[in-house]
Design a binder for this molecule. Structure first.
Ligand code: UT7
Length: 322
């Protein structure tokens, strides 16, 4: 039986810091509101780097960390809702920039759950025996699709990237991965696309932005996070006592805090970096995992759970021995 393990991780954020005080000058908000309602203090906003640039930097770091020959990568998946272009995909652009051999490379869209979807797909493709080494990335420039006149969303979303190299293992280090989607609540979090061209005429077209019914999404996220943790524990035969760290999607500190109380799991074992980065959608989970490793909060041999949730609505998670 072939299993999957993490060989290396990397992450990258743009250098431009936007503080809550900066946003006070743009929309009717306050540093106090943003901190107390979300836990965000600042975020990174890209000035001149596209999603592929952020993804490239994160990928380089993950490959270096894995200490592998990039030639051995045979699968590349990029999770993003903010690709540079509708096509080609960021994954195909990276094949060239990273000088990888011709390989299976594709983008996926599962919004904020995108990285967990990429992990699930890569895990199963490696376990099938058809692929041996995968580079999976979550990368976003959400600032491109954020309306900086909408205080409901512009204080939350930001830019960043995280990457992971996966390889084969004789023991199951990625123990369980689950992913789900249920479309009946799709209206809670969405972005309009291109309009259809009735009568073959180009209609007036206003740039679309992220629209979110925050309080409703909050309810969904707060209930799904502990549910996924319990599902993963049950499926893997572990208990919460075995878990060294939970790395949840960084959407709101209050969601993480609530999950810690529901699960009766110590808040200090729930990793957070939302204060510095805000919500970076598909980049959030791999960025948080990479930082947890660099900060020594996740060590070789530790057992951790990651959980993500977002537009779709989508959700999922994984239990992994690092
Ligand atoms: O990544 C995908 C998943 N996304 C999420 O999980 C996000 C989930 N939702 C949330 O994190 C929270 O719902 C928000 C942070 C988006 C909003 O927090 P909330 O406590 O749920 O606020 P609310 O939407 O219920 O609004 C409460 C009040 C409203 O004013 P009124 O109607 O009570 O007068 C809003 O207009 O807060 C107001 N408000 C703001 N005030 C200052 C909303 N945004 C802001 C703001 N600054 N930026």
């Amino acid at each position: 039986m072939i299993y999957t393990k993490i060989l290396g991780t990397g992450s990258y954020v743009p250098s431009h810091v936007v503080t809550n005080t900066d946003l006070e000058k743009i929309v009717e908000t306050s540093d106090a509101w943003i901190r107390s309602r979300t836990g965000i203090e600042s975020r990174r906003i890209s000035v001149d780097e596209q999603t592929s640039d952020l993804a490239y930097e994160a990928a380089i770091r993950a490959i270096e960390d894995a200490q592998i020959d990039p030639e051995t990568i045979d699968l590349l998946i990029v999770a993003t809702v903010t690709a540079d272009h509708p096509f080609p995909g960021v994954s195909q652009m990276l094949q060239r920039r990273l000088n990888l051999k011709p390989l299976t490379a594709f983008d996926i869209n599962a919004a904020c759950t995108g990285f967990v979807y990429a992990l699930n797909i890569a895990d199963k493709m490696i376990m099938s025996g058809a692929f041996h080494r995968a580079l999976i990335i979550g990368a976003e420039t959400l600032s491109k699709i954020t309306d900086f006149e909408d205080r409901n969303t512009c204080v939350l979303f930001a830019d960043g990237a995280g990457a992971m190299v996966l390889g084969t293992s004789e023991v199951p280090q990625i123990k369980q991965v689950v992913t789900y989607a249920k479309g009946d609540l799709e209206h809670l979090l969405l972005m309009d696309g291109y309009p259809l061209k009735k009568d073959l005429k180009t209609p007036d077209f206003k740039l679309p932005f992220i629209q979110m019914q925050g309080a409703e999404v909050f309810k969904f996220a707060s209930s799904v996070l502990p549910t996924v943790v319990n599902e993963l524990l049950e499926k893997s035969g572990h208990t919460l006592e075995d878990i060294d760290l939970i790395v949840a999607h960084q959407a709101n500190l209050r969601i993480i805090d609530k999950a810690s109380r529901i699960l009766k799991f110590p808040l200090e074992k729930m990793y957070t970096n939302i204060d510095r980065y805000g919500n970076t959608s598909a980049a959030s989970v791999p960025l948080a995992i990479d930082e947890a490793i660099r900060e020594g909060k996740l060590k070789k041999g530790d057992l951790f759970i990651t959980v993500a949730f977002g537009a779709g609505l989508t959700w999922g998670g994984a239990i992994i021995e690092y």
